[in-house]
Design a protein around this ligand. Structure first.
Ligand code: AMP
Length: 373
């Protein structure tokens, strides 16, 4: 789908999922005279700012009434995604979603396309998991359930025979395929946000350092001050996006160990580690996603300053002193639950040190007694 500027006021963009990613997509997309139709419950953040909100069982009506369908979460709305694909309206394509349905498929895809990833094996039941962990990794490994695993769910971090023995009963109860992979002793975790157009033009934002805790992003900041590592990430992003003939924004998460860059996973959508682009980059990931979907020129991804972000996790009423250090994005969710992403604070600074210090201050204000995840 390609639209001219004159057409834009007639264009309706459908978003599956009404969480914070959809909310920021709509808000950033408001720079253009587009209509946004969101599928989720009416109180969801993106529904509150949408032109129209559809319930999940109204997916056919929603897909039929828009020109292009995108999504902010790939793990739900299976029927709606498929229907949008059948109608030729889904971007990014169903292939990228399907890779995310099964973790083993994603890992195999990396291997087949020469994309470095942790050493892994596929195991079909608990016995095979046990054997692989013992024989291939001398117990030290990470066991991941193939389906439904995100934000650290369905994962077992095994350091010893004891760990494996105490997890295996739980693993036996899960009827799924497993990926058994090396436990990467990384120096740090990082990610890159890439955007690709219909014509195969790719732009990337400078990669960031990420801090994850129990499988959930707590904060990130960048740009990474290592050109060699950053170049490797750009090459990987290009290889991955090109091999999927991808259109839109994707986030790719890495483990960095010495000079080695290993892909942990990618997300076929705008990404939590790209929130900092709202304030530190000339064009945000959200605006660029919308532009890519509509076949518009994509915007400059260079940074205007160093930047970062701290997630507000599980807090109903964060201290407003955080405003001293950054910009608050509050998603207006109806209820605060443990680990739930309620908002975030974007931070900019002239140097990486400056941003890191502010991240530290915001962390102290938000979590004076440490994180409880
Ligand atoms: P994932 O759900 O795959 O994104 O994993 C969530 C988090 O678990 C990652 O961000 C890492 O902090 C950690 N993790 C996952 N896989 C590995 C691994 N193979 N080695 C070390 N840490 C891992």
């Amino acid at each position: 789908m390609r639209f001219s500027l004159q057409d834009l006021s007639k264009v309706r963009v459908g978003i599956l999922g009404g969480g914070q990613l959809g909310w920021m997509m709509v808000l950033e997309g408001r720079k253009y005279p587009l209509k946004f139709y969101v599928m989720d419950s009416p109180e969801a953040p993106a529904c509150r700012v949408a032109d129209k909100c559809f319930k999940p069982d109204e997916y056919k009506e929603m897909v039929d009434s828009v020109d292009v369908v995108t999504f902010e979460f790939e793990h739900v709305y299976e029927e709606a995604l498929r229907y949008a694909h059948e109608k030729g309206k889904l971007l990014p394509s169903i292939e990228s979603v399907e890779l995310k349905r099964q973790r083993w498929k994603e890992r195999v895809f990396y291997k087949e396309h020469g994309i470095p990833t942790p050493r892994f094996f596929i195991a079909y039941d608990a016995e095979e998991v046990y054997r692989t962990a013992k024989n291939e990794f001398n117990y030290k490994c990470v066991i991941k359930q193939s389906t439904g695993g995100y934000d650290g769910k369905g994962q077992f971090f095994i350091k010893s025979k004891n760990d494996l023995d105490s997890s295996i009963d739980t693993i036996k109860k899960i009827s799924d395929v497993f990926v058994v992979e090396e436990f990467v002793e990384f120096d740090y975790e990082a990610s890159i946000i890439a955007v690709r157009t219909f014509d195969g033009m790719l732009k990337t934002y400078p990669p960031t350092y990420n801090r994850n805790e129990k499988g959930i992003l707590v904060y990130n900041y960048g740009p990474i001050n290592n050109t060699y590592i950053s170049m490797k990430m750009v090459e990987i992003a290009k290889r991955l996006a090109d091999s999927l003939n991808y259109v839109g924004v994707m986030g790719i998460e890495f483990f960095v160990r010495g000079d080695e860059v290993l892909v942990n996973e990618f997300a076929p959508r705008v990404h939590n580690t790209g929130h900092y682009t709202l304030d530190a980059a000339f064009t945000s990931q959200f605006e660029n996603h919308i532009r890519a979907l509509l076949g518009l020129e994509i915007g400059e991804t260079k940074l205007l300053s160093c930047g970062g972000m701290v997630n507000i996790l599980g807090l109903a009423n964060p201290p407003l002193e955080v405003l001293r250090y950054g910009k608050l994005y509050w998603y207006g969710k109806n209820e605060a639950r443990k680990r739930r992403k309620m908002g975030h604070v974007n931070i900019v600074g002239e140097t990486l040190e400056d941003v890191k210090n502010k991240v530290g201050k915001v962390m102290e204000l938000l979590y004076p007694n440490g994180l409880d995840l």
